[in-house]
Write a protein that binds this ligand. Structure first.
Ligand code: GDP
Ligand code: GDP
Length: 447
């Protein structure tokens, strides 16, 4: 059901300049949301737009320069992730160093995937200098595109090539008619995602079918509960095959989680009760929030926790403290192993999705906003009184409200937070983010 932006992944050997490119692209994007601690650092994706075409750039990263064979293994894994998750792959090579055997190996893999790949010859610091990247024609992957990440040269031509290869919106819309509710099961390796999916399938009984996954490791399973059909997107699987270090695995599982979150309606964020909410989970939860997706947090392996009076409440407070930006989310404590409270999971998913689809009638909305203003007027800023004329809900998933005001710049973030809290107090919206946008209303329109 979800309409995901196409993903463009960056792969290549260490030190070819991937991060330099990614950071400079990510930097172009103006911060429109409040920074969420833990996710802005070491960012793995950036939403960008070129000539009106939005897409998401992913830095698959995660390769440590190590011995040749380990390096090659990591590069293959990285390329595999890119093949699975991205619609277009940017294969970075170093024009200063020329072609390396590892490049050729990865090129082979990418070619066999039949995914659109652009060979990006980086570090061509002086334009035009065709000799610098002539080598890379030998990869047999079409014309290399020269850029200089540090000098920001050649970006325009590269982005032109990228958008030529992006899927047309018609093709992207194939999920548009889908009435099924997509649920991404996300979390670090080993928290019990597969176990949860298996227990859900057992408990809910009515399994419609297995859908051969579009990717090798993310397996989609259809599940009918009551009137609704769900598609569970299980992002597990990576750990089992992998012999690479933990940090690399975590990064790859984060990329995979991101791609699942993109195509989901509700994210089921699974946390291991024994470890609590780690930075990695905060990061995943951060994507979910930023992407405007509804969510349910599931603390799994609750059977392993020694309990006394108040254990659950105390634990719940700790979880909420780590996920402050998601204070609207429902937190469940379950055991995928014993089945304890697993039956509540799909109820919570359904509720969160229902909230994400909610529409508030304009009259009622303005009554509630009027009440909020009466209780607490927006404070004067730069000598002016912020005025709020009128609000309307413009979309759902997530519920998005536009406020017509005298001047968007004089509304403080904390006042918007107050309005959000007031909306939540009146209407709920449990389990879903909501968005509040400010628009200047022209003088002649004002009352
Ligand atoms: P990554 O490991 O592929 O992410 O590579 P980095 O982005 O960390 O870059 C590795 C090194 O190459 C750094 O010292 C960069 O400053 C340098 N570098 C990146 N892009 C360019 C470029 O376009 N020209 C030159 N001369 N150096 C670059
Ligand atoms: P995934 O990598 O997130 O898919 O995790 P798995 O579902 O493969 O589970 C990882 C390990 O945790 C396995 O050994 C499971 O048996 C175990 N596990 C999963 N859920 C529970 C649970 O609720 N309680 C206990 N005690 N162990 C669990």
């Amino acid at each position: 059901m979800a309409n995901a932006r196409p993903m463009v992944a960056i792969v290549g050997r260490p030190n070819v300049g991937k991060s330099t490119f990614f950071n400079s692209m990510a930097g172009e994007r103006k911060a429109i949301v409040e920074d969420i601690p833990g996710i802005t650092r070491d960012r793995i994706y950036a939403d960008v737009e070129w000539l009106g075409r939005p897409f998401t750039l992913i830095d698959t990263g995660g390769i440590e320069p190590a011995s040749e064979d380990i390096l090659l293994r990591q590069m293959r894994r990285q390329a595999q992730i890119a093949i699975e998750t991205a619609q277009v792959i940017l294969f970075f090579v170093d024009a200063k160093e020329g072609l390396s055997p590892a490049d050729e190996d990865v090129a082979d893999m990418l070619r066999r995937s039949h995914k659109p790949v652009i060979v990006v010859a980086n570090k061509v610091d002086h334009f035009p200098n065709h000799e610098a990247y002539y080598d890379f024609y030998a990869l047999g992957m079409g014309e290399p595109v020269p850029i200089s990440s540090s000098q920001k040269l050649g970006f325009g031509d590269l982005l032109d090539e990228v958008i030529k290869l992006l899927p047309q919106s018609a093709a992207e819309g194939e999920e548009g008619e889908d009435e099924r509710i997509h649920v991404a099961v996300v979390g670090r390796p080993n928290v019990g995602k597969s176990s949860l999916v298996n227990t859900l399938l057992r408990e809910e009984r009515v399994i419609v079918s297995d859908i051969p996954g579009t990717t090798r490791d993310a397996i989609d399973t259809e599940l009918a509960v009551g009137e609704d059909t769900y598609v569970l997107i299980d992002t597990a699987g990576l750990r089992k095959k992998s012999r690479i270090d933990d940090k690399t695995v975590e990064r790859y599982s984060a990329v995979r989680a991101l791609s699942a979150v993109r195509r989901c309606d509700v994210a089921l964020i699974v946390v291991d009760a024994q470890h609590g909410v780690s930075e990695q989970e905060t990061k995943i939860a951060g994507y979910v929030h930023e992407q405007g997706k509804a969510a349910v947090v599931v603390v799994n392996k609750w059977d392993l926790i020694e309990k006394s009076t108040g254990t659950l409440e105390k634990y719940a407070r700790t979880v909420r403290a780590s996920l402050q930006f998601m204070d609207y989310v429902q937190v469940l404590f379950i055991s995928a192993k014993s089945g304890q409270r697993v039956h509540k999971v799909m109820d919570a998913v359904r509720d969160a999705f229902a909230q994400a689809k909610r529409r508030v009638p304009t009259g009622l909305l303005n009554d509630v906003i009027g009440e909020a203003i009466a209780m607490h007027e927006p404070p004067i800023a730069s000598g002016r009184r912020p005025r709020l004329y009128y609000a309307t809900q413009v979309s759902v998933r997530p519920p998005t409200f536009v406020f017509f005001v005298n001047d968007p710049d004089i509304f403080h973030f904390s006042y918007m937070r107050y309005l959000e809290n007031h909306l939540r107090k009146s209407f709920g919206f449990a389990g879903t983010p909501i968005r509040l946008l400010l628009r200047a209303r022209k003088k002649e329109e004002s009352v």
